[in-house]
Design a protein around this ligand. Structure first.
Ligand code: MRU
Length: 349
């Protein structure tokens, strides 16, 4: 299995997703500031992977603190978490993971600092290993939705790379293939950062799952030709009513899917759901630098001075989503009800 992120020799090690698919190399972060840089520049990306990186980054920050009075330690640790939280705004998992880390300190208030640091590291490692198990559960619940011979479109990268391992949307497809179903995956290249072409294609090739790469603007034509009969994507944040923020371009796909009668599935862990937001209108959407659009690998492709708008995510309204696959089961409409139940811990399938 691809190792996306792990803890080694008091450092956080990340597969360099900016180097893929040309080079398979790892980056070692020895400080939480280095983890922040890696989240910002997409060395590590994908909502669940960002959550794990944030938790490990926080543990690293705690480890590097000098010996302090308990209250001072708590204050410094919460400041570190606050800095990490500023790295990217959309993926719910980032904030969810940091909240879990902060709870460790509050639970063990006043404890010896060395013990606390060990507890924090333990929690970060748990967030990492639980993520893989959660993805496998999503695979178990989601795979029956896919049949032998399906032609499935996916957008961005929601695979092992976007998580601690196995993947969300790609994990579901991986599970279906593991059951002997023959699937063909269409991979949207995913402008402007090409997570589809660079990362999803790399993963599928490694897994020997048959796939065809297309540019994003081809998806509608393929649906019109009857070449795609299902769509599955991941999510960065899901509001209480099921509105889903995911990689820019997902909304367009959802409209096309509706027009062509193609089901659209979202695969995401419950940690991506933000019930504090009633609808997708309140989901913060990250805007990234203009060079992602005007340049490719440092080479300019638009005239100097070109004005750019570069939102990294869009919001797909719940009404265009067929079902949401989680580790607790497949959530059906009305999502307001099924999400509330799943978040409360009631099992659905
Ligand atoms: O900007 P990115 O590459 O972090 O965006 C990632 C996505 O939009 C993924 O589809 C999403 O995080 C789901 S990953 C399991």
């Amino acid at each position: 299995m691809i190792k996306t992120i792990f803890w080694k020799n008091n450092a956080v090690v990340l597969i360099d997703q900016n180097a893929l698919p040309l080079a398979e190399r790892y980056v070692t972060c020895k400080s939480y500031q280095e983890v922040i840089s890696c989240i910002k520049d997409l060395t590590v990306r994908g909502a669940p992977a960002i959550g794990v990186a944030a938790a490990m980054g926080a543990a690293l920050g705690a480890l590097r603190l000098p010996s302090l009075q308990p209250e001072k330690f708590r204050h410094k640790f919460f400041t570190i978490c606050g800095e990490i939280a500023m790295s990217r705004p959309t993926a719910r998992n980032l904030f969810w993971a940091l909240e879990r880390m902060k709870k460790v300190v509050d639970r063990t208030r006043g404890a010896n600092q060395q013990h606390l640091v060990r507890q924090l590291l333990h929690e970060a490692k748990m967030i990492c290993s639980e993520d893989i198990e959660i993805n496998r559960q999503m695979g178990k619940y989601g795979s029956p939705l896919f049949a032998d011979g399906d032609h499935v479109l996916t957008h961005c990268n929601a695979g092992a790379l976007a998580t601690a391992g196995y993947g969300t949307a790609l994990g579901v497809l991986r599970a279906a293939v593991g059951q002997g179903k023959k699937l063909h995956v269409y991979v949207d290249e995913t402008r402007p950062v090409l997570q589809g072409a660079r990362l999803t294609a790399w993963e599928l090739k490694k897994e020997k799952i048959p796939f065809t790469l297309i540019t994003d603007n081809m998806a509608g034509f393929l649906m019109q030709q009857g070449k795609i009969n299902k769509i599955i994507v991941g999510a960065d944040r899901i509001a209480a009513n099921g509105d889903t923020a995911n990689k820019i371009g997902t909304y367009s796909l959802s409209v096309l899917a509706r027009a062509h009668g193609v089901p659209l599935y979202i695969a995401a862990p419950l940690s991506t759901i933000d019930v504090s937001l009633k609808t997708g209108k309140s989901i913060p959407i990250e805007e990234r630098k203009s060079e992602e659009v005007t340049h490719f690998k440092g080479v300019r492709s638009a005239p100097a001075g070109t004005k750019v708008y570069n939102p990294a995510f869009d919001v797909t309204p719940a009404r265009f989503i067929t079902a949401i696959i989680t580790e607790k089961g497949v959530l059906q409409k009305p999502f307001g009800v099924s999400i509330a139940r799943a978040v409360k811990g009631e099992k659905r399938s």
